[in-house]
Ligand binder design. Structure first.
Ligand code: ADP
Ligand code: MG
Length: 365
């Protein structure tokens, strides 16, 4: 898993360096709502400019369909980058060219034209075999940026030598998105705690009624097989429910028709917290309920507080989970907040990513 590092590049003084960043920031009406992804790239950008490199950054932003589209213009990112790293230029949105997602060699040629080295600091995109991720390392001396290297170091550490007890807490909306991750984690962890919308498919597999809660009927058998493995899977013992007339009440895990479980209940939150408190390593991905609505945020908040207070090594991955932790003001209490949702899950599931393979196989590696 050894990736080429910045120090492994040929001397960058006076050289042109292309840096793939993940500046896919949340935008509202052309205004950047959270510039964390830009600030996170600064250690790499400053390492390069500080050694006299001429740096050009590139990123995707949103989901344009392979052609220029004003709603995904990187101009606001370029303006913020100008304030934070004045000497770094930023190319146009990579996905304005259909060659990016198609991994078109001609587009790779245009990207690397005039560049001497390539640095990949876009961990959040490392699971995509797109042109700007896998193309340049086959053509230029290449290295992992600081952010990408740290992400890989933390996640590899979790998979290979986590201190025990190792507890994973999973939530979020869809079990089908995370089934592979659940399976991979069950081999590694001492306990797997499951809340959020995905718990209902597990509760259904245990024969519980799920009412109108989120349920993926075609995944019930898969969840039943996971439960039968005999590993420690902790499911909610109570729920916060929303009723047919919009009334909210606490309930058990058998949900009546017309009612939806939108958060774990206070008993479950306390039980989950106890499991987390005893852990020496915690990985948390996916909120415990619809935390965007204050009526269903308590479970996620209690779990976030337990992770924050845990004295073991704590990692939060997933865009919505990271947003929840930040919303509760607890992000500073977490040892590592992953910037890459999909990428971190795929890394846990597969143990490797296309972008990392490309760096390991780069021309200078
Ligand atoms: P992450 O981005 O952290 O990986 P996901 O994208 O998988 O998380 O899921 C986040 C979404 O799951 C949130 O928008 C939240 O409202 C939703 N969610 C959590 N619990 C439930 C639930 N019980 N029913 C429906 N949606 C839920
Ligand atoms: Mg999400």
């Amino acid at each position: 898993m050894k990736l080429p590092q910045l120090e492994d590049l040929p001397d960058v003084a006076g050289k042109r360096v292309l840096v793939r960043c993940d500046f896919n920031v949340p935008l509202a009406g052309g205004h950047i709502e959270d510039d964390l992804r830009i600030r996170s790239a600064l250690p790499t950008l400053e390492w390069l400019t500080g050694r006299g490199a001429q740096v050009t950054a590139c990123t995707h932003l949103g989901r344009p369909k392979g052609k220029p589209d004003p709603s995904t213009d990187v101009a606001p990112v370029r303006a913020r980058l100008k304030e934070l790293a004045p000497d770094v230029a930023l190319m146009d949105n990579l996905r304005w060219d259909a060659g990016e997602e198609a991994n078109d060699p001609a587009f790779v040629d245009r990207l690397v034209a005039g560049q001497d080295c390539y640095v990949d600091d876009a961990f959040g995109s490392a699971h995509r075999a797109h042109a700007s991720i896998v193309g340049p390392p086959a053509r230029l001396p290449s290295a992992a940026g600081r952010l990408l290297a740290r992400e890989v170091e933390v996640l590899s550490g979790l998979l290979n030598d986590a201190k025990r007890p190792f507890v994973a807490v999973l939530g979020g909306s869809k079990v089908s998105d995370k089934l592979g991750v659940i399976q991979a984690l069950l081999d590694k962890v001492d306990a797997l705690v499951i809340g959020g919308g995905m718990c209902f498919t597990f509760l259904a597999a245990e024969g519980q009624r799920t009412g109108d809660s989120l349920l993926e009927a075609d995944q019930v058998d898969a969840c039943r097989r996971l439960l039968a493995l005999g590993k420690r899977i902790v499911l909610p013992s109570d729920l916060t429910l929303l009723g047919p007339d919009n009334q909210v009440r606490q309930g058990g895990t058998s949900v009546p028709d017309g009612w939806k479980g939108l958060d774990i209940g206070p008993g479950s939150a306390a039980e989950f917290s106890d499991v987390i408190t005893d852990a020496r390593t915690v990985l948390w991905n996916g909120p415990m309920g619809v935390f965007e609505d204050p009526r269903f945020a308590a479970g996620t908040r209690t779990v976030a507080e337990a992770v924050a207070a845990c004295r073991g090594f704590t990692v939060v991955g997933g865009g919505d989970s990271a947003a929840a932790v930040a919303q509760f003001g607890l992000d500073k209490e977490i040892d590592f907040v992953s910037t890459g949702g999909g990428a971190s899950l795929e890394f846990i599931e597969q143990g490797d990513l296309p972008g990392l393979r490309a760096l390991r196989e780069s021309v200078n590696a």
